[in-house]
Design a protein around this ligand. Sequence first.
Ligand SMILES: [Zn+2]
Length: 301
Amino acid sequence: MPSGAETAIGVDVGGTRIRVARISPAGKLLERVIEPVRQDREGFADQLLRLVDGLRTDSGTAVGIGIPGRVDGNSGEIRSAGYLDIAGMDIAGLIAHRTGLPSRIENDATMALIAEGWARPEGALGLIFMITVGTGIGGAALEDGAPWYGGGFSGQFGHVVVAKDGPVCNCGRTGCVETFSSGTALGRLIAETGLPVETRAEDLFLHAGSGDRSASTVLDRWAAPLQRAIESLVAVADPRLVIIGGGLGSEMTRALGRLPRRSKWFEMPVEAALLGDDAGVIGAGLCAFKAVRDAQPGPAA
Ligand SMILES: [Zn+2]
């Protein structure tokens, strides 16, 4: 029988930072450590085990780990992880060997969406999509509280094609929305417009509000491709809600809100993530608790 004293370890692995936290069954963040992430395989494994060991208590139940990149939702296999050289690593095996704890590995956007579904008053009923806007663009789908994987890799919304040409994407094609509406793309648009390289999205809103046409143009050129991608997602799957998260989630939601409506057919509630950058690590902890519950024999709660 689970007790209130039990905690889970949530891990959110990013392209530049790793967050590890102890999470209560109610999703409360009890303790957290953030470090620059080691990008080589051995360094990453050592860092992960050290951080999990450091936050682990006797009442720890399980570890949930969100990985940026392509993670097979059905098997937990890591096919690719962006800037990190950890594809194919048996992280669950490492955790089990070192700590004896079970673990669950998911795409980082899936973890963030699990936490967002939990945090919302209306819950996670129906079909909800998440789009994370950071260095790249990630995505995830949740149906009635459960991640929806398709064949294993669904939710790669950064690779919805919105143009015939454009910069070459990491996936090898051109025209992916990630190459137009990511944080990396925003930096490129700012440079192309001749604005100072240190210009941030907040500055653009400020200047656009004062009538600066170049700032308005950058914001619209950044958000319009993602608007097109969301319309295509709505045409295919008609989710109840699209949540925009990641490091630039609130800025992108605001930029999308500036754009004129293009078609009533594909209108959809679009909201910024409620939990900000903590969504991934909280979701990883909640996911770990669920993995333990699912593994327990007996009648469902
Ligand atoms: Zn792509």
